[in-house]
Design a protein around this ligand. Sequence first.
Ligand code: GDP
Ligand code: GDP
Length: 438
Amino acid sequence: MKPVIALVGRPNVGKSTLYNRLTKTRDAIVADFPGLTRDRHYGSARLGKREFIVIDTGGFEPDAGSGIYKEMAKQTRQAVAEADVVLFVLDARAGLSAQDHDIANYLRKLAKPCLLVANKAEGMKAGAQWAEFYELGLGEVIPVSAAHGQGVRSMIEAALDRLQWPEEAPEPEPGDETVIRLAVAGRPNVGKSTLINAWLGEERLVAFDLPGTTRDAIAVPFERNGQKFELIDTAGLRRKGKVFEAIEKFSVVKTLQAIENAHVVLLLIDATQGVTDQDAHIAGFILDSGRAVVVAINKWDAIDAYQREQLQRSIESRLAFLKFAPMHTISAKKRQGIGPLWKSIAQAYASATKKMPTPVLTRLLQEAVAFQAPKRSGMYRPKMRYAHQGGMNPPVIVIHGNSLEGVSDAYRRFLEGRFRKAFDLVGTPLRIEFKTSS
Ligand code: GDP
Ligand code: GDP
């Protein structure tokens, strides 16, 4: 489970600057896709091998009376509740304000690991203005400059050191006994519980005991047509006796964690509502995480032919970045179209974990280049020598050669298309990286 770090502080101290710096690389991946409005406040970030989730909160006044401030305070409290560590961001140049004291009082009452971050500290001497931050009685103060990137790494190291790291469960070797971890994700009311209960009610679905999952009452292992699956904890879903119910409020963090823990994500969209911003956010997270994905448009029974056509079009434009994912139209309530989802899920998993041998990749690369060579950029023409597989779920293909910095996005997409076709990859993103040796 990825740890969650929340950025808290009054407006203008530099929280979003810090957030953008922490999530920069991930944002760049998503920004390639037009039409995606992403929830700016939650993002994945990485420091070396350690990955974590960052929550950026709006400005925060603990006792805000009404309106937008009250709503922001509520959002912040929720973020703090979901966080494993809180980074309380302060302005090293401005010193302490009354508002900072209020926030400190609030944080002191919570038994949460907390770090004080003195931002905008570039060019300032140690022991300068931020020395007074120790008065807050919240412990260590770490000077950083979010704008210039100074001290950010030590800050994250200090934050992650506060965490209790759960023992890593060994990753099972892919093989016949593979258990596909599946998360069913979607906004509240799209029909997640209806679908899961419809599935679990099917006779073909056999529950079994999976060692190590008993502590987690939500994970449901089962077998279908000889393939083992584990339905993992999905945001807002809880088992009540034999059936699932959505009893929790929608939580972005839980959704993110469910996505991160899955091999394959089934994204549910409510046909009667069309593709909403929140759907697009969730889809963006799935893409960001690199997980395999299958999309199901639920409540297909409840819309007419005209609406169906409209919806198809809005999906094509708003979820264009998930073009690689199989799309199904279903009615969970009427149990229509829900069986074929399994085939797509298994196929997406197989694609995401496909082994791509170096000789085959290299031959495909050479064929692609012979068919259409990359354009010259600047003085040099990119030269591609060989390719090897750099990872699974998502599959990564690393291409080695010279002068590869200038390879265009269009050419990258061209290569992606060729590899996808050759390996029959569906339902998984495919990442292509270039490594220049010279
Ligand atoms: P937020 O309201 O807490 O999210 O603050 P923002 O990230 O929007 O930053 C508020 C202002 O502080 C902006 O004008 C930033 O450019 C500036 N700022 C952020 N980080 C730094 C920093 O490290 N040094 C300096 N000098 N300014 C910064
Ligand atoms: P969740 O919050 O995502 O778990 O959504 P639920 O499974 O609780 O479903 C929300 C509402 O949508 C309930 O009233 C369901 O009866 C209804 N619903 C679910 N699936 C369908 C469907 O395929 N067709 C129609 N017409 N209604 C559905």
